[in-house]
Design a protein around this ligand. Sequence first.
Ligand code: NOJ
Ligand code: CA
Length: 712
Amino acid sequence: MKRITLVFIIMLGILPLRAGNLLSPDKQLELKAGINNKSEIIYALSYNGKEIIKPSKLGLELKNAPSLLEGFTLKNAKESSFDETWKPVWGEVSEIRNHYNELLLEFEQKATERTIKIRFRLFNDGLGFRYEFEKQKNLNYFRVADERTEFALTGDHKAFWIPGDFDTNEYYYTTTRLSEVDASKVDGTGIGTHGYFAKNAVQSPLMMKTTDGLYISIFEAALMDYSVMHLLIDQKNMVLTSALAPDATGTKAYMQTPHNTPWRTIMVSDKATDILASKMILNLNEPSKIENTDYIKPQKYIGIWWGMHVPNTMSWDYAHAPNIRLKDTDWNALTPLPQHGASNKNVRRYIDFAAEHGFSGVLVEGWNVGWEDWAGNWKEEVFDFVTPYPDFDIKALNEYAHSKGVKLIMHHETSSSVTNYERRIDKAIELMKEHGYEAVKTGYVGWIIPRGETHDGQWMVNHYVRVAEKMAENKLMLNSHESVRPTGLHRTYPNWLACEAARGNEFNAWSSGNPPEHETILPFTRLLGGPMDYTPGIFEIKMSYYQEGNQNQVHTTLAKQLALYLTMYSPLQMAADLPESYERRMDAFQFIKDVAVDWDDTRYLEAEPGDYLTVARRAKNTANWFIGAITDENPRTAVIPFNYLEEKTWYVATIYEDAANAHWKENPMAYKIRKVLVNSKSVLKQKLAAGGGVAISLKKADKKEMKGLKKI
Ligand code: NOJ
Ligand code: CA
């Protein structure tokens, strides 16, 4: 690391910078930061000598107070280094190295006698920095009108983006140059709450690729007590500026010193696979606040769920009763619908299926009163989270499940009436404890109450964390849907196993769906912040199976659905299809039964955002590896090495692949299963169909099994 020099340095010959500079541990990244000739705080970043971020301004505008944008002098600079290896409770790898060089700059705004600190951490894979406001005489309570963090890019990069929208992240991705971003052209049909806030605004994480082949991702880490950072693009100058989610008064954040912002992050690499393997976001989060983590169990689950999303199969509703009111409805007087999913009979069928095939959890949606009138009316009293429908015997069903080694998973759809949920959550948790539930799925469909708040605002950000903390106090695991996208907080709250917070598989059932490239982009965007409950494993691909003439379908082959268990990392994975779909294809279902959800080791073998991705993972405490490879709408040959396997050892590879004539649209359900032998020297050339994939399980071979198998 270079020493800090408190002198003028000329950057680009344009902006004089009084500052320090800092190198990453491997010296590939270089940060310069300080003050320009207008007394503004600026920073710049380069990678192997190549500029990545041009001198960019930092600062905030405040409500009813002078801004924190200019008039600064550098008061102090301190540098340090950190190198530690820690063990996550669950994850893609069993050990994570947190290694960075740090530069802490303190700036003083003389005219107002206020100070800001900016803490920069430079890792081998990128930069993180945040604003820190210490307790001080002239900065106590303050309100953020706008954060003006800039990311001045060096060109009109290719970007994988979704519209800036404070209420949803359930869009498909568009790939264009930054200058071509136009949120008004994106179709939000099917998303309950949507509305872009500016045509030139996009969400973070924003994945970009430069013309000379560098991958750059801009994001944030450890989002707490602050609102979500979106990005506004100056389409002429290629400068991105932070755009925070406001509340009804237009305020972006309420602060009381001492208070830090979340980390703003820039990941850079010339290898796409490095972006996927980066642990920088996790490293920027605080260590686990949960001491006893014994109750936190990565798991696979099934659920009374897909039946509600496909046509003509199941309902959340118990009865036909639109416009009901929660408090004056006599549920026993209503006539039950034959398709009510959460009926005693159906739940028992799912428990049996879970027990037979080794799933530890059964999610049951539509168990509680209120579903007859749950969405679209911005209504406050929708659910009470404690009253089961008359045909859902909560006591008997839980006892039955436990007798078979299965746990029911609770569902709290809040319909975004969050005030109502907060009022009732303690009773709701009591009910869970009484019946032995271990995990809950929450949901936030609809516009938020308190009205005027958004899914991405500070108030909601605090709500999601409050719920995670409350669940932790009660030793419960959490999976949140329609919540803010994760920013690595699962390091701090490992009971928060997964979020949806992006366009999940469900969109394929009832909308234009997720284009075949979707799953090749999510790992470069949404998944950088944490696991996604994508709900893979759909075998019955076309909705015409359920309803004649229905054109909707899952936009992948069946084999690709299997590969998603590897490419969409999550410690919580659903086998999302109906039991009867699996019963029709038990041979392929075997992969879902076998695949692990917690890993000692992960190798990203090849990847290109929007095109393809191949990953190999070793199951926790075993020698068994699993591989998943996927492609977009183009067929391709994945080249899969095995050099991570134990040397001089043969493994049986069971390959679940697209049949020769498979195609995501024409023939999505055509798959084949074959077994071959591989060792650490093997390289497999594996054909993937258009919209296809491959899933492979690898086990050390014993002599008997090797007979007759082809060696690769
Ligand atoms: C949307 C969620 O993503 C989905 O999983 C759930 O079934 C519905 N909301 C109802 O809560
Ligand atoms: Ca959803």
